[in-house]
Design a protein around this ligand. Structure first.
Ligand code: CAA
Ligand code: NAD
Length: 284
């Protein structure tokens, strides 16, 4: 099994920043890349704040926190990822944009490097087809917020090798995650089940069954979920939820997965959730 010393993370949004944090805390050097320099500034701040929360709870020493932060380097140049043993991609949930990145990555990454996608739903087999190393492409699906959530869903594409799987599984364990393994079908395991529930919460709101507050309180207190489904959609990002529903709808061909028109309208209006200050709810 290949030893992982350097990880590249592409996309410094809410997921990529959390994934970079997991790697530096695990003692791995990280290159964090984003095409937007503001995203890198925000990622550095949010990693610092999150690590500080672990320090103040006594779960990480001040020294280890400093060491971890020293391992983080930010860049906007793909060439800097040439030294990475594993590159974890966490950019926007669009198959076309991801595929174009995979073609570029295949060109610049070293021959032995594994390319892992944090996609919420897109076919790993199709992303791999944009490269000449499909046996080294795999899904590493983290959950939001990555430093807190205990799960990692590993998705094997049609060509993913056992060696790639074993390296990524060992890396997940260094991150302290429990691993589940999914075949490459739309939405994998968790989002196949979670997103239709969120979509149904939008239909419940859209058809006037109840207020957003009562829908969320109902699911929080009635089923012991930490967040109601509409609050969770805002937390995930409504754009991500809509993209996943579209992948389920097209990929599984069943009208039960059609995205709720209200979810579509919110995304069209730029109401993407917490990251934009407005989604189902408004944030101060
Ligand atoms: N960094 C460090 N610590 C953090 C943190 C972060 N980013 N976010 C939360 N925490 C810590 C807090 O310090 C706090 O710790 P203590 O209990 O020890 O004090 C704890 O987590 C709880 O945080 P808060 O008190 O701030 O808030 P909360 O109780 O509402 O918990 C939450 C926040 C952990 C996010 C919780 O609401 C939750 O579990 N929500 C559901 C999240 C979920 O379902 N995620 C999966 C989404 S689906 C997905 O990710 C897949 C996909 O493809 C879309
Ligand atoms: P986000 O919008 O917070 O961040 C995406 C980042 O990618 C942005 O900073 C953007 O500037 C950058 N980016 C976009 N295109 C790029 C490119 N070509 N090259 C470099 N950087 C680029 O999104 P997110 O919520 O972090 O989601 C990222 C990925 O993780 C998506 O595939 C999403 O489906 C998946 N995911 C999201 C969640 C969640 O709860 N939000 C959970 C699990 C998986």
């Amino acid at each position: 099994m290949a030893e992982v010393k350097t990880v590249g993370v592409i996309g410094g949004g809410q997921m990529g920043s959390g994934i970079a944090q997991l790697a530096i805390v695990a003692g791995i050097d990280v290159w964090l890349l984003d095409s937007d320099s503001n995203a890198l500034t925000n990622a550095t701040k949010s990693i610092g704040n999150s690590i500080q929360r672990f320090v103040s709870k006594g779960q990480l020493s001040q020294e280890k926190a400093k060491d971890a932060l020293r391992r983080l380097r930010c860049t906007s140049s793909l060439e800097d990822l040439q030294s990475a043993d594993v590159i974890i991609e966490a950019i926007v949930e669009s198959e076309d944009i991801k595929k174009s990145l995979y073609t570029d990555l295949d060109r610049i990454a070293k021959g032995s490097a594994i390319l892992a996608s944090n996609t919420s739903s897109i076919s790993i087999t199709r992303l791999a087809s944009a490269t000449s190393r499909s046996s080294q492409v795999i899904g590493m699906h983290f959950f939001n917020p990555p430093p807190i959530m205990k799960l990692l869903e590993i998705v094997r594409g049609g060509d993913t090798s056992d060696a790639t799987f074993m390296t990524v599984k060992a890396l997940a364990e260094r991150f302290g995650k429990t691993v589940i393994c999914s075949q490459d079908y739309p939405g994998f395991i968790v989002n196949r089940i979670l997103m239709p529930m969120i979509n149904e919460a939008f239909f419940t709101l859209y058809t006037g069954v109840a207020t957003k507050e009562d829908i969320d309180t109902g699911m929080k207190l009635g089923t012991n979920h930490p967040m109601g489904p509409l609050e969770l959609a805002d937390f995930i990002g409504l754009d991500v939820c809509l993209s996943v529903m579209r992948v389920l709808h097209v990929g599984l061909g069943d009208s039960k997965y059609r995205p709720c028109p209200l979810l579509v309208q919110y995304v069209d209006a730029g109401r993407l959730g917490r990251k934009r200050g407005i989604g189902v709810y408004t944030y101060g």
